[in-house]
Design a protein around this ligand. Structure first.
Ligand code: ADP
Length: 272
């Protein structure tokens, strides 16, 4: 990588006083270390499914397998390729969000439409992950619209909901709600009856690839990038991400949006 330059300089106009200008390089060093960690993490995340895939290909080439065994191997290979695809998609989303300009503030997206899409995805995921599913509920207390980029809003909301489902055992409760706070801001919240998160982990959850339960994350198709994406979408929309959790009881993730308005009733044209 690039060496970190700039530490101490003699100011050319300081005359005889030879003024020294120092610049704190810790921030630069930290940024560089984070970049190195990120590259190492990405490489590892891609190498794991690739190794598994290569192993299956070799098995298929070298072992005389019957049709049923072949089908089983092919299904596992397809699973690993999907995992890599999801990871690469999340990485692209994240880098787009990090590079992007502030979103236009004047596009209005109805909360009900966002919630409907969340609900469809959630029901599918819930039945895929557990035979009995989850007790899901969706409540919209005020028919509102949020200012921002609807695909980003959708992705942030879906990420919080899919986490709640993925980390809450089957039969558990997941409640999704939208309401206006007394100060006029709009709050999207996902509450679950899952395992909860110990306080020391909470400040680090939005770091890329930070996971508490690695195996649960993998088994349920996690990339470790979901909450990093949520954080960036929140920042771009001036929204606040609130996380509350009690170990053994459950968690509550909320996004509080500053710019919302009540949905305009459709104009009725009355025939004379
Ligand atoms: P992942 O793809 O691993 O779920 P995320 O960035 O979405 O990545 O989440 C980071 C970590 O935060 C997860 O690995 C998990 O340990 C924890 N987590 C997120 N949501 C919940 C939740 N609702 N309940 C318990 N743990 C959670």
């Amino acid at each position: 990588g690039q060496p970190v330059r700039l530490s101490v300089q003699v100011h050319p106009y300081a005359g005889n006083r030879r003024m020294l200008l120092t610049r704190d390089i810790t921030a630069l060093e930290q940024a560089e270390a984070m970049r190195r960690d990120f590259v190492a993490n990405v490489s590892h995340e891609i190498r794991t499914p690739l190794t598994v895939l290569a192993g299956f290909v070799e098995t298929l080439q070298n072992l005389p397998l019957d049709a049923q065994e072949r089908a089983r191997y092919l299904a596992l290979m397809s699973q690993q390729s999907h995992r890599m695809e999801t990871l690469v998609n999340d990485l692209l989303t994240l880098s787009r969000l990090e590079a992007g300009a502030a979103p236009p503030a004047n596009r209005w997206t109805p909360v009900r439409a966002l919630m409907a899409q969340c609900e469809d995805e959630a029901r599918g995921l819930s039945t895929r992950l557990s035979a009995q599913g989850h007790r899901l509920s969706f409540t919209v207390q005020a028919d509102s619209e949020i200012a921002g980029v609807s695909t980003e809003l959708q992705s942030a909301m879906s990420n919080l909901l899919s986490n709640a489902i993925r980390y809450t055992p089957g039969g558990g409760e997941v409640a999704v709600s939208w309401r206006l706070l007394p100060d006029g801001r709009g709050e999207y919240a996902v509450r679950d009856s899952g395992p909860g998160i110990a306080a020391e982990h909470i400040p680090r959850l939005t770091e890329r690839f930070y996971r508490i339960d690695r195996s649960r994350s993998r088994e349920t198709g996690g990339t470790g990038l979901g909450l990093a994406i949520v954080k960036h979408v929140a920042q771009r929309h001036g929204a606040e991400l609130r996380i509350e959790s009690v170990v053994g009881k459950g968690s509550r993730f909320a996004l509080v949006f500053p710019v919302t308005r009540l949905r305009q009733a459709p104009q009725l044209s009355v025939a004379a």
